[in-house]
Design a protein around this ligand. Structure first.
Ligand code: MSP
Length: 522
């Protein structure tokens, strides 16, 4: 039989500024990208998952200056904070790109040179206003009472020569591209926001900074007095990270199959600058840009002090990595703003994880030990009830791919919990402990426990992208010998994959309950 070549899926996170340590917002996007990457791998896709760090520009230069150290040294130190957090969060990225790496710099310079030679970049004098924290130019009419319209901080008046990318000439192409593709910018409210923004004339994009003002950047190849604007540099990571110009095979496999996950604050750069830059380079825009919402903490904007309260390493130590991953994706629809509260977190752990899932797992495995010495019984006496459980499992599996394509993680999890609840109800109603009282009910008892175990095997598979380390533990305790990550939803997601005669281990609690009074905000 002719084997269909694998479908490709390319998923990215923003590359994070290394001016500061990673926070909950960074962890959020990265976990979401990881869940998608793991899901798509189990769904038979060839996946490339890229994350990394954005190391140039004023913010990083300033952070290094404040510490009195060389910017590169500062980056080398900070990058390890991101990398170790991703390890702790079980992030399965295929690569990690740093914009200070040569492999990235050569691509940026090659693109700049090429655009310059083709007249897509020109030099002109710039007279206007500049906001240092935002690293953005503004015209007089953009200003809000003389301040930066974005951050409302004071701006500086400047007049200097710079280089500009002819972004304006792509405006009508961009509008058309957004209009004809309703999945390019999601959620739809963000798409409308950008279409609204594009109703006003689009200017050209200043892509250089004079070295006398900022030296920490990639040198403009045709003018050594200038460095590249940090956003022009950073966006190109999505190309350099998959071997643009160096690994043709990898590049053509994954471009333009890209899904860029971003926060809502960096929507314009990803849906206006980025597609027009690609168009000028001669590349197709990415498949999708999805902007998620922002987290507040205990109802307040995430300030420096609140960042400590929800410092991701601390949350993992407090609650466990999978509870954190679960909470982030279950609590709020991706795309909507959400609030992190310790109460909410404890509520989810004690309810969904300990009571519903953990309990189902431990009572089922305990009964297999109590009544069958830990050996999986054969399902010899099926009844109609069993079929309904099977149907629920099949329904969940059939819904997952679309929910994940829509990045509706909360809906995917709530579907999976339909199976958790159905299995709990099944165990309650079939009451294996009563069946165990009569020897003549033993075949039925075996069948019931088989069905409960099989639901757990499927749940483990469905939950693997969300809670990888718990799922690995469940998989091992269910006595599954195959590697969990080599499973495939299509073949292994069907009912009946669990082999009778397998041995299950004694269950260990998956999610210990947390006493809410022990959680403090300090
Ligand atoms: N370096 C740029 C991205 C370049 S991508 C080519 C950048 N970096 S960042 O470190 O400042 O922010 C990264 C992401 O964190 C953004 O997507 C932003 O939305 C997200 N968040 C920052 N604070 C957040 C919350 N409070 N909640 C959720 N996400 C938040 O921007």
């Amino acid at each position: 039989m002719h084997r269909r070549s694998k479908r490709a899926f390319y998923i990215t996170t923003p590359i994070y500024y290394v001016n500061d340590v990673p926070h909950l917002g960074h962890a959020y996007t990265t976990v979401a990208a990881d869940v998608l990457a793991r899901f798509k791998r189990l769904d038979g896709y060839e996946v490339f998952f890229l994350t990394g760090t954005d190391e140039h520009g004023q913010k990083v230069e300033k952070a290094a200056q404040e510490r009195g150290i060389d910017p590169k040294l500062h980056c080398d130190e900070m990058v390890t904070r991101f990398q170790s957090l991703w390890k702790k969060l079980n992030i399965s990225n295929n690569d990690f790109i740093r914009t200070t790496e040569t492999r990235h710099k050569v691509v940026v310079q090659k693109i700049l040179q090429d655009l310059y030679e083709r007249g897509e970049i020109y030099s002109a004098n710039y007279d206007g206003w500049y906001c240092i924290p935002c690293e953005r130019f503004w015209t007089e009419k953009d200003l809000n009472e003389g301040k930066c319209p974005d951050c409302l901080r004071p701006v500086n008046e400047i007049s200097e020569k710079n280089y500009f990318f002819r972004m304006s000439k792509y405006q009508s192409w961009l509008i058309e591209n957004i209009e004809k593709n309703d999945r390019f910018i999601l959620p739809l409210s963000r798409r409308n926001e950008i279409l609204g923004f594009l109703r006003s004339p689009l200017g050209d994009l200043c892509i250089s900074r004079p070295k006398k003002r900022l030296s920490w950047g990639i040198e403009i190849p045709f003018d050594p007095e200038y460095v590249t604007y940090v956003w022009f540099d950073a966006l190109i990571n999505y190309l350099s990270g998959i071997g643009y110009g160096s690994d043709g095979d990898r590049f053509s496999t994954f471009w333009p199959e890209a899904t860029h996950l971003i926060g809502k604050d960096i929507l314009t750069t990803h849906t206006v600058y980025w597609p027009t830059m690609l168009r000028a380079v001669g590349l197709t825009p990415p498949k999708m840009v999805f902007a998620h919402g922002w987290w507040t903490v205990e109802g307040k904007k995430m300030s420096k002090s609140l960042q400590n309260v929800v410092e991701p390493n601390r949350l993992i130590d407090l609650y466990g990595v999978d509870a954190v991953r679960y909470f982030l994706l279950r609590e709020v629809p991706f795309g909507t703003d959400g609030d992190f509260s310790h109460r909410g977190m404890v509520h989810r752990i004690n309810g969904d994880l300990a009571n519903d899932l953990g309990n189902l797992f431990s009572r089922t495995l305990s009964m297999v030990h109590r009544y069958f010495g830990g050996v999986v019984p054969a399902p010899t006496h099926p009844q109609e009830k069993d079929e309904r459980l099977q149907e629920t499992a099949a329904k969940v599996l059939s819904q997952l791919p679309k929910q994940m394509d829509d990045l509706a993680f909360h809906r995917a999890l709530s579907s999976i919990w339909e199976l958790v609840n159905a299995a709990n109800k099944y165990v309650d109603e079939t009451a294996p402990w009563s069946l165990a009282k009569n020897e003549s009910d033993r075949p039925r008892l075996g069948t019931v426990l088989y069905c409960a175990l099989e639901s757990l095997r499927l749940l483990t598979l469905f939950l693997a992208p969300f809670m990888p380390s718990t799922s690995e533990r469940m998989w091992t305790q269910l006595g599954m010998e195959e590697n969990l990550w080599e499973q495939n939803f299509e073949t292994h997601g069907r009912w009946g994959g669990l082999k009778p005669e397998n041995r299950v281990t004694k269950p260990t609690p998956l999610f210990p309950r947390i006493d809410p009074s022990r959680i403090s905000l300090e």
